[in-house]
Design a protein around this ligand. Sequence first.
Ligand code: ADP
Length: 547
Amino acid sequence: MNGQMMQLPLLISSLIVHAERHHPEQQVVSRRVEGDIHRSTYKAVAARSRRVANVLGSLGVKFGDRVATLAWNGYRHMELYFGVSGSGAVLHTVNPRLHPDQIVYIADHAEDQVMFFDLTFLPLIQAVAGRTKTVKHWVAMTDRAHMPADPKVPGLLCYEDLLDAASDTYGWPEFDENTASSLCYTSGTTGNPKGVLYSHRSTVLHTMAAALPDCLGVGAAETILPVVPMFHVNSWGIVYLAPMTGAKLVLPGAGLDGKSLYELFEGEGVTISAGVPTVWQGLLAYVDANKLKFSTMRKSAIGGSACPPAMIRKFLDEYGVRVIHAWGMTEMSPIGTAAAFKAQHVSQSAEQKLGVMATQGRAVYGVDMKIVGEDGAELPWDGQASGDLLVRGPWIIDSYFKNEGGHPLVKDAAGHGWFPTGDVAKVTPEGYMVITDRSKDVIKSGGEWIGSIDLENIAMAHPAVAMAACIAAPHPKWDERPLLVVVKKPGAELTREQLLTFYEGKIAKWWTPDDVVFVDAIPLGATGKMQKNKLREQFRGHRLPTA
Ligand code: ADP
C-alpha cells in the first residue's frame, strides 16, 4: 500500500520559487568584479533567473545540455545556478584555477554548449576559446558599459544585454527529480579530472541536511557569506541553502584577501561563514595585524582540509567565533560529517570541547560511514583502529560522468554499494570521525602508519609557523619517515631543533619528524589545498639526517 501524499519532485527551481514567495525582500549582496557592491533580493534573483532560462532557450540550449560557468561568487552566477538547472539544463561550474589545457579537456569532456564567464577570466577564455570543440556561445557576465573593446573572442555576447532582451515570464518545468542538475570535476591530482554529476534530488536533500542545526545551522535571521567558491562543489550548497532558509546571502566576488573579506563581514553583519583553512589564515592574519574584532560573526564552517586545532582555539578564545569543523568531498556534494556537540559535551571543560571540535565530526543524517581494514572487514569505533573510510547516501556518487574510471563502489555482504573516499580515518565510540590522512599521503614507517595531519596540527600550533606540510621521505631502514616542510610567519625566528623539541610529549616519540626544512611557500592547488604530491616530487632526493 502506498502512502497517499502528494508527489512533488525535489527540484532546484523550488528553492528560488520558495524564496521569492516567502522571503522576497531578503537581500543578496555581492562584491562585483567591476569593483562596487551590488544589492539584490530573492525576488530580483528569481525574476532574473527566469530571464536566464529564456536566454538559454534563445541560444539553443536544450534539456540536459551542459552550460558552463567560469565565475566568482556573485549574483549573476547565482542566477545561472537557478536559470540553468531550473530549466533542465546542467550547470557545469569550471574551476578557473585550473590550467587552460585542463579547462579545454573538461569543457570538451562535458560537451559544454555555452560558457558564461566573469571579466576577470577574459585572458583565460582567450586562451581556450579557439580550442574547445563544442562551445557555441561565450557570454561575458557584465553590462554593456564594461564590455571589453577588443575581446579577441569571436561573437562574444554581453550578459546584461541578453537578460534585457529576455522576458521574465517563464514557467519552471516539472520533471523527474533524478534529472542531472550540475556537474563538477574533481581536481584530479593524478590522471585526468573526473566529472561528478549531481541530480536535483541529491542537491535538494543535501541542502536540507546542510541547513540542519548540527551542520551549518542556518535560519532566516542569519547572514551567510560563502568564501567557498561557487565554482567548486556548489559552494558547499550555500547558494541553495540561503534561499531555502531565507537567510541573507553575501557573495564576496574576487575579493578573497583578508581586508576585503573583513570589510564585507562587518559591513553586512555576517553571522555565519564557510571556507577552507588557508582562506581563514589570511583573514586572521589581517584581523590580528590590525587588532580588529568580529562584531557579528559567531560561526565559521571550516573544511576541505584538516582545520588545525590551533585555529579553532584562536577563533573561539580571541574572537568568540565557533568553528564547525566539517568533512566531505566533491563526490559527496560535499558534506559528510560536522563536529557539533552531543549533550554530554556541553558541560565539559574547554579542553575537552576543543577535542570534540577538532574532529571531523559526526555523520550528518543521510550519510552513513564505516572504516575497514585491508581485508575489507569493518573496524571498531574505538578511537584507535584506523582504516579506509567508506560512505553511502543519497547525495554520494554512484559513478563518474560518462563512467570514467569504471565502477567505484565497493559492495558489502548485503549487496549495498559504498564509496571509498580515499581517506584514512578512525572513529570514536561516540561516532566522531577523525581523518588521519589521505591514503596517498600516508607515511609508512616500518610497516606502521604515521598520520601526517597530526604532525601538521602540532607544527601549526607553534607561534612561529604559518603553514606546515608533512610528507614521506625515503628511508633505508624504515622505508619512509616523516619530513616536515614549514613556512615561517614573516619575521619569525625558528630553528629546526626548536620545532622538533616542540613535539616532545605531544606525540609518540617515533612519530616525531626526522627532519624539518624551511621553504618560502608550499604549493596550493586549485581549491586552496596543499599539494603534497608536488612537495614529494620536490623533496624526492632529500637525505634525512637519520638515513
Ligand atoms: P579534490 O581535492 O580531489 O578536489 P575535494 O575538494 O572533494 O577533492 O576534497 C576532498 C578531500 O579533502 C577529502 O577526501 C579529504 O581528504 C579532504 N578533506 C576535506 N575536508 C577535510 C577535513 N575537514 N579534514 C581533513 N581532510 C579533509
